[in-house]
Design a protein around this ligand. Structure first.
Ligand SMILES: Nc1nc2c(ncn2[C@@H]2O[C@H](COP(=O)(O)OP(=O)(O)O)[C@@H](O)[C@H]2O)c(=O)[nH]1
Ligand SMILES: [Mg+2]
Length: 323
């Protein structure tokens, strides 16, 4: 599929009328060619801004996929249309998790009001958060009221993905021992709603109390007092209350201008990333590739040539060009 022959506008119209194949093709297009080709975001913009974007994070095995499945079904029963983006680790070490996710959320794909899609953390043009944000915009533009992003729960990409969401649900479970280990530093601060999953297992009460205490004592929380709810995804117990709490939280954010502040910051960062990507691809990449970038890098390491002098030369060449 040569990217210049894709009629994105036509796919968008089809996606908006419920054609999931068209949605899939738009997202694949972004994954393959990056977000900054074909003015995709420009075409989407007018149709976006309606969806509630929820990031879901928590250690692998905490029950994110199981809970996502139940939350989606609850919201569907309330008349919402829901999109799900599951971020795949694409790593041989966590390959099992992907398979598990497929099993746990398998039948979601069959529901008319649900669109589910996994995205890989590997090989994204312009970075995963940009691609993910593009996929969110596509789902938003196609009329999905809620978009859930399930992250892999490991690594640095975590917080970056969270920048795509309006609000973040952090999931923890009893029995991981020290809560401080269970919830990584930094993740506590990005949580808007907390769920202690697997409340059918022993120790859930204690975990919930400890978590509440950690939140109360955290100096970075300020005025915020995020709710902590106990659920069992597997037994479908407490999921409705959790979903309602998320929407209530969203409502408060909207009223207090917090939502606007967050979207403002996000758009700013996204625009910078978008422009950097375009400028890199259109201006910098052709120049450094013409000067055999990789060969040069190898040469620099033997100290036969100064890499910074080379970088200066490249920049001067570009400055000369755009004068
Ligand atoms: N006992 C119990 N197990 C659960 C619950 N929710 C999920 N699990 C199990 O926890 C394991 C990991 O769940 P999964 O949804 O794949 O976690 P993820 O890695 O965070 O997406 C699976 O074996 C689930 O069946 C729960 O509420 N109670
Ligand atoms: Mg999962």
């Amino acid at each position: 599929m040569p990217h210049n022959t894709v009629d994105f506008q036509e796919l968008l119209v089809r996606g908006q009328s419920g054609d999931k194949r068209a949605i899939g093709r738009m997202i694949s297009h972004i994954e393959t060619y990056g977000l900054t080709e074909n003015l995709i975001m420009r075409q989407l913009w007018a149709h976006t801004g309606h969806a509630v974007i929820v990031g879901i994070t928590g250690a692998p095995g905490a029950g994110k996929s199981t809970l996502t499945d139940k939350m989606v079904k609850y919201w569907i029963s309330k008349g919402y249309r829901v999109g799900v983006i599951a971020v795949d680790p694409s790593s041989p070490f966590t390959g099992g998790a992907i398979l598990g996710d497929r099993v746990r959320m398998n039948d979601l794909a069959l529901i008319k009001e649900v669109y589910i899609r996994s995205m890989s953390t590997r090989g994204q043009l312009g970075g995963l958060s940009l691609a993910c944000s593009g996929a969110v915009s596509i789902l938003d533009a196609c009329g999905y009221d809620i978009v859930l992003i399930e992250t892999v729960g490991v690594g640095q990409s975590e917080v970056a993905i969270m920048n795509v969401a309006d609000l973040v649900l952090v999931i923890t479970v009893p029995g991981l021992g020290d809560e401080i280990q269970a919830i990584k530093a930094g993740v506590l601060e990005i949580g808007d709603v907390f769920a202690v999953n697997k409340k059918d297992l022993p120790g859930a009460d204690r975990t919930s109390r400890e978590l509440q205490m950690m939140l109360d004592m955290n100096p970075n929380m300020g005025e915020r007092q995020p709710p902590v709810l106990m659920v069992s995804a597997e037994k479908n117990d407490g999921v409705g209350d959790l979903c309602d709490s998320i929407m209530e939280n969203y409502g408060c954010m909207k009223e207090s201008d917090e939502l606007l502040t967050r979207r403002n910051r996000r758009l700013r960062e996204e625009l910078l990333a978008y422009m950097q990507d375009r400028v890199y691809r259109r201006v910098l990449a052709p120049v450094i590739e013409a000067d055999s970038f990789d060969d040069n890098i190898n040469g620099f390491l033997s100290h036969s040539r100064n890499p910074y002098a080379w970088a200066e030369e490249i920049v001067s060449q570009i400055e000369e060009k755009i004068k």
